[in-house]
Design a protein around this ligand. Sequence first.
Ligand code: FAD
Length: 465
Amino acid sequence: MASYDVIIIGAGPGGYVSAIRCAQLGLKTAIVEGRETLGGTCLNVGCIPSKALLHATHMLHEAEHNFTKMGLKGKSPSVDWKQMKAYKEDVIGQNTVGVEFLMKKNKIDWLKGWASIPAAGQVKVGDDTHETKNIVIASGSVVSSLPGVTVDNDAGVVVDSTGALDLPKVPKKMTVIGAGVIGLELGSVYARLGAEVTVVEYMDAVCPGMDKDVQRAFKRILEKQGLKFIMGAAVSGVDASKTKAKVKYALKKKPDEEQVIDADVVLVATGRRPYSDGLGLDALDVKMTERGQIATDAKWATNVPGIYAIGDVIEGPMLAHKAEDEGMAVAEVLAGKHGHVNYGVIPGVVYTTPEVATVGATEDALKAEGRKLKIGKFMFMGNGRAKAVHQGEGFVKLITDKETDRVLGAAIIGPGAGDMIHEICVAMEFGASAEDIALTCHAHPTYSEAVREAALACGDGAIHS
Ligand code: FAD
């Protein structure tokens, strides 16, 4: 059996990116993946397929709602759902094959199968036990269950996100349990395809963790697009037949009154849990957190020497780019360098239309700490480019320190927010002030001018508001 400098368990964005960086740094590297294809949750059943469906249905929305306004006349496209799913599968295939190519190019061995760790320095895959100096666990996460609700993706009535990406047909009525990122993205997809979508959420606001004004504006925009919301509602169970389901819930303010909502499809989008089943971590006495994550130190080391962990299976936001950053950083640690991740500057994006992007601290959290702030807000209604493409909704909100003008965080609801947020990420990495952004010439006409205007609003005032 070959012996390695590092074996990485799991080929999601954390694992495969880590493997590439390990190989680039001269470490003899193998990656273990139990799925048939590389790329993990993200490429196979997460980020990439959901964005393919969001793109296709956004195009449909444009054709149905905005084409005639721009003088583009003719028959609106009809939906060939089978073909739309084939397009999504093609996008997945191109990406997973691309990762396989990168493994070969970097001379990384793909050990196919499910791994376990009999002892530090050993990884067992099938009947083979491989020797290695270091192990990086990047085994990711899986959908978490909800008491009283049985998911059956094959039956296609009560599904999780994986099932929702592959429904046999577009439902007439869909109930989404959970108003987080995944529920709202997939809810948007089906709303654009014509489904009547109702989102049932336990909290009183969408997307926990965002500032209240952002949550309110985002919910209003989605409501205008036809999504319905039942907030502050605790789901107690789902009764499903072969073709229909009933979601039972009670409003928190009327806990004794059971209510029921009918649907053709129920999407359970209440979160994900770290996945380390079958690795044998108990027997190795690997320390876990109370939430079932693998506990790591600041260098991603577990309490067992030679075993590291990254990505969704450890603490922190469950995001592909966070996993990737940790993957690169742990590779550098293993190669004797100084891997680093700035957890204060990890953007989060909801890929609806308009997109919602956030980074850094929220106004609500900073105010609760007693920080003195200056907030610069600029509405996209004042941005010529956004208006030209019928996307004048939303705003840029820049949160800065009142004394120093340093940028502490931001939220953007608007066209291309997921790309635009990086200007603010870079500014935060450089310790920039709002004035630095305001003094930077921004090309006209771009959506990014709204970021500059928000920065100007932190000083003497925005120009176009
Ligand atoms: P994963 O991607 O979960 O990969 C872990 C891999 O390890 C899996 O392939 C698994 O098969 C393998 N594995 C586990 N145990 C073993 C074992 N014992 N042996 C061998 N292999 C094993 N994040 C974003 O940043 N942007 C988005 O737009 C986004 N959209 C999403 C949409 C959906 C519908 C979902 C479900 C998730 C989305 N995410 C998104 C989250 C993102 O997918 C995860 O944060 C990311 O995939 C985590 O990467 P990871 O490498 O830690 O783990």
